[in-house]
Design a protein around this ligand. Sequence first.
Ligand SMILES: [Zn+2]
Length: 70
Amino acid sequence: MVSETMYCVKCRKKVKSEVKPVTMKNKRKAVTGKCPSCGTKVFKMVGGGGAKKKVKKKVVRKKAKKKKKR
Ligand SMILES: [Zn+2]
């Protein structure tokens, strides 16, 4: 378990929480835990600043599946 500063929507403040890392379906990494004061689930994306709207188009085609795109 790792401690992270999370934002609790219920307390409306940042809380320190024990979190565990999870990987979402889109392979983004996130951490999830519980607010220590109210027990609400807290969730945060981590790593690479992947939550930004503008995604740099980084085309990785080397190991792409058979996808003919012309
Ligand atoms: Zn809370």
